[in-house]
Design a protein. Structure first.
Length: 260
């Protein structure tokens, strides 16, 4: 659970009620126990009291309308009033493999990718990564999880994407997705439009976005050998954060729920 010091903002749902997060183990029967951090936001920041109506989501797709029962020593107890209809998350299971980049760039992509409906984010190291395996990246995983939680509150998602610990390039190539794509600026062999017109809609997709220096030719060969299709994102060189957002938007438009 996130600490009280660095809290995600609490935003309103479609009904106008404030939205809070409670993990499944905090929900028992008809009651919800908010964490210290969420209780602090409810009582101290938003100044909501007993009887206030709020929305609570568990990060796994379930949401509730609830009423504040009690505020006790920093703990908030809620009474479930009703189960809310499932929010429309994308039916496409979309995994983003993202080469580790500068902290501010990676943080931005975490937020954008969460908004775009990814199911899983896998940070990885590769040949031209500016961020190396030793040191800070593993310690940033809780921050990435907090950013994702903050983002799903504001974008009205109810499912929290999984964020994996950093992996090697060889490890990120392994996955059971129906379709695997590496976006590589050196290829012009096939466009996403041509690919989408030539295959049935996949239920799951894994995409790889490289570091600031791009993937090497050897890594492209390794990915192809592991079953990845190599695609480009047009004639212009894109920054990491731009490439990731463009790729996710194109994939969600082709096979997901973007522009439905």
């Amino acid at each position: 659970m996130v600490s009280d010091k660095n809290q995600p903002s609490v935003t309103s749902g479609a009904s106008g009620r404030r939205r809070f997060f409670a993990a499944p183990e905090q929900i028992t029967g008809t009651e919800i126990q908010l964490s210290n951090s969420e209780s602090w936001h409810l009582a101290r920041v938003l100044r909501l009291g007993v009887g206030a109506r709020v929305e609570v989501f568990d990060g796994q797709g379930q949401e509730y309308e609830a009423e504040v029962l009690a505020l006790e020593s920093g703990q908030t107890r809620l009474q479930i009033i009703r189960k809310l209809p499932d929010r429309a998350d994308s039916s496409l299971a979309l995994t983003l493999g993202l080469a580790l980049a500068r902290a501010e760039t990676f943080d931005l992509v975490v937020r954008q990718a969460t908004e775009m409906g990814i199911s899983r984010l896998i940070p990885f190291y590769c040949e031209r990564s500016l961020v190396k395996p030793a040191g800070a990246p593993a310690s940033r995983q809780p921050r990435w999880q907090r950013l994702a939680l903050e983002t799903i509150k504001s974008c009205q998602r109810s499912r929290l994407p999984e964020i994996s610990p950093p992996q090697s390039f060889g490890e990120v190539l392994h996955g059971r997705e129906a379709l695997k794509i590496m976006f590589w600026e050196e290829t012009r062999q096939k466009s996403l439009k041509e690919l989408a017109n030539s295959i049935p809609p996949p239920a799951s997709v894994r995409i790889l976005i490289g570091p600031e220096g791009g993937f090497s030719a050897a890594e492209a060969d390794q990915a192809q050998a592991a079953g990845f299709t190599l695609l480009g994102l047009g004639p212009r060189r894109l920054k990491v954060e731009t490439a990731a957002l463009a790729a996710l938007a194109l994939i969600q438009y082709a096979w997901g729920d973007l522009a439905e």
